[in-house]
Design a binder for this molecule. Structure first.
Ligand code: 5GP
Ligand code: MG
Length: 194
């Protein structure tokens, strides 16, 4: 099996869950970000954008995407809690605190790491809509192929991936795996092990 890039670094000083296969190699992410940035730039000819990142998972994606966008960008964040501890099944999503900026009249692009059930993005989109932005679209790095997925919900998608629990490139399991370079799937029982 291919060895995930960054595994030794991510494991040093602690226990790691069982890592399965590499789903998206880091270098493929970088290539796709160039394409995504071009798609986004073409969709905003007015050339001004407010990126609203869902923390913490979207942090690396936001940083790499924002640096590729050929336009004026403002950054703002929202924190959503949707998984607790090592639980790998979706729970109810909730916004932690407030949306930090006034989004009225702005072109808002919500940036998140992964679209799974869609409850996180529904919640954030609703909170943005209540501030009457000029527009609100959604960009996700990953979209899971769930049977009940509604694909129209994300306007920009990096990769469609299988319905597996993944970590790396900003995504974690209970704090583990965020700083992997590749995006990797965990083995089936990884979330249950303490
Ligand atoms: P949704 O609300 O669409 O069901 O889930 C979206 C959120 O759940 C994501 O922002 C992410 O925080 C978390 N999530 C969903 N699937 C995964 C996954 O496979 N790995 C990790 N690390 N987080 C996930
Ligand atoms: Mg998230």
């Amino acid at each position: 099996m291919e060895r995930p890039v960054g595994l030794e670094r991510a494991c040093r000083g602690g226990e790691a869950p069982d890592v399965g296969e590499v789903i998206v190699p880091g270098e493929r992410i970088m290539q796709r970000l160039d394409e995504l940035a071009a798609e986004i730039a073409a969709a905003y000819p007015g050339g001004e954008l407010t990126l609203l990142a869902v923390m913490n998972g979207a942090l690396f994606f936001l940083a790499d995407l924002a640096r590729r966008l050929p336009m004026r960008v403002e950054l703002t964040t929202v924190r959503v809690r949707s998984y607790r501890g090592r639980e790998v099944r979706p729970g109810g999503a909730e916004i932690v605190g407030e949306l930090c900026d006034d989004l009225s009249g702005r072109e808002v692009l919500i940036v998140d790491d992964i679209l799974d059930t869609g409850s996180t993005l529904d919640l954030v989109a609703e909170a943005v809509a209540s501030q009457r932005p000029a527009s609100c679209r959604v960009c996700v790095l990953l979209r899971k192929g769930r049977p009940d997925a509604r694909p129209a919900r994300a306007d920009f998608v990096g990769f469609d991936i299988p319905d597996r629990f993944v970590v790396g490139y900003g995504l974690d399991l209970d704090g583990w795996g965020r700083n992997l370079t590749d995006i990797v799937a965990l083995t089936e029982d990884a979330g249950d092990r303490k």
